[in-house]
Ligand binder design. Structure first.
Ligand code: 13P
Length: 252
């Protein structure tokens, strides 16, 4: 299984800067045995797509989706609209959306299911707050979030799903989660998938780590059992740094 690295720009880079990032990233020496995607704001999808031209690396990802196909949902974007752009992955349930927009576990589940139906790989983000971490509630929170997120997914679907474990206290803080702690969290997430779906699906599901990943710590995560890649925020904003991360993530 190739490691998967996803750049999450968050609310950075409108169409003009997005095009520049993609062109600069394309000039990087990119490994073949790492899967690479870039999650851009909706308004930058067209520019990113145009700058990619016929290139298939990086894959295009979106940062959010609405669960209905079309209709009176002002401001929302559906999975079929994302598919028109050739979007292959879409984040759902990022903690920043759960926090600032009150996204619930049920909304996350509906979004993930709508993406899967459309043939787009949902990247489901889960993770505990600092307070939950202190109270040793991490595993409980992960079990709840994971169980809810996969509840509406189709076990028989050929479209895989991805999880990203992002402890909220590690996001943008420079305090990355120790890799062994992340490994335990990944085991909890995979355990839920085994229980609610089956062992094969769980074994084939990539679980990424996210939270202050940088060129100094990426290899530690990549070489840890059960960590299948990374979801990168801040360090992905510079295309050269993200290129370096991708090269460093090559399996040995
Ligand atoms: P940072 O890499 O900036 O900590 O962000 C992580 C993240 O939230 C990616 O989705």
């Amino acid at each position: 299984m190739n490691p998967l690295l996803i750049a999450n720009w968050k609310m950075h880079y409108g169409p003009i800067k997005a095009g520049g990032w993609v062109r600069a990233f394309r000039r990087e020496r990119l490994p073949k045995d790492v899967d690479i995607a870039v999650a851009v704001p909706h308004v930058s999808l067209a520019a990113a797509r145009a700058s990619l031209g016929r290139a298939s690396i990086p894959s295009l990802a979106a940062q959010d989706v609405f669960w209905e196909q079309d209709g009176p949902y002002t401001g929302e974007v559906s999975a079929s609209m994302l598919e028109e752009f050739g979007v292959q992955y879409c984040l759902v349930g990022h903690s920043e959306r759960r926090n600032h927009l009150d996204e619930s576990n049920d909304m996350v589940a509906k979004k993930a299911a709508a993406l899967q139906k459309q043939g787009i790989v949902p990247v489901i983000c889960v993770g505990e707050t600092a307070a939950q971490f202190k109270k040793k509630e991490t595993n409980k929170v992960l079990r709840q979030q994971t169980t809810a997120a996969i509840a509406k997914l189709d076990k028989e679907s050929k479209i895989p799903f991805v999880f990203a474990y992002e402890p909220i206290w590690a996001i943008g803080s420079g305090k990355a989660c120790p890799s062994q702690r992340a490994r335990e969290a990944h085991e909890v997430i995979r355990g839920v998938i085994v229980k609610k779906m089956d062992k094969t699906i769980a074994g084939n599901t990539k679980i990424l780590y996210g939270g202050s990943v940088d060129p100094n710590n990426i290899s530690e995560y990549i070489t840890t059992t059960g960590i299948d890649g990374a979801l990168v925020g801040g360090a992905s904003l510079d295309p050269r740094v993200f290129g370096l991360l991708c090269r460093t993530a090559v399996p040995s």
